[in-house]
Write a protein that binds this ligand. Sequence first.
Ligand SMILES: N[C@@H](CCC(=O)N[C@@H](CS)C(=O)NCC(=O)O)C(=O)O
Length: 236
Amino acid sequence: MNIVPPFKLYELVFANGVSASPYVWRTRLALAHKKLTCTSVPLGFTEIPRALGGRFKTLPVIEDQGHEVGDSWQIATYLERSYSGRPPLFCGPAEEAMVRLFDAWFGPEVMRRMMRIYVFDIFQAARPEDRAYFRESREKRLGATLEACHAERAAHLPGLREALEPLRRQLARGVFLGGAAPNYGDYIALGAFRWIASVASVPPLACGDALLPWIERGFALYEGAARDPRLHPLSG
Ligand SMILES: N[C@@H](CCC(=O)N[C@@H](CS)C(=O)NCC(=O)O)C(=O)O
């Protein structure tokens, strides 16, 4: 394997320095899967427009020897094409298409529910200078105040748990969503749990949820890349 200089990973962080984005976590795990190293460039929400010459509106962005790529899906396909000699994120175009379909389901069915339940926790974890922007943009998107979402969160937990049922069924057939080894679909879902674990004031899963051993295995990958003693419990 050729030696590749560390990538730069522009990532979103909370006030305590914890990485704050499900999309960044997909990318971080994809880089580790490809055995590519990175150095982090931490940014707050309100720093994104000024960073990188204003060329990107969201994170993650990676820089590979001067070449910048934004959007987690574009990054995954860039890594796959540019580093095809390294462990594949998708075993061919058909698997890539199926993971893309999984992503199209996972965003609205799972991540949108997570956002509504945890938006106030995310707001409180954000850097103080990012909070006004976060509140305004998210309240507009959700059509409700952060406090109203917070007040209703217990009522939304059963819906989230139920929406995760296809993952449980798939994990009854293999240790990862990708089968015997993780693929990019695992990183999409694990990234969302890593994001939630960094803020959750109420656990998303019940004790003994069949997803927990997979989450444990996923966070342990690549020498515990997703582990952090500051994380909140995901079950309870
Ligand atoms: N489609 C993008 C979405 C990335 C995204 O939405 N990132 C959020 C953080 S989770 C962001 O940078 N938001 C900036 C903002 O809200 O201004 C991707 O897959 O990378």
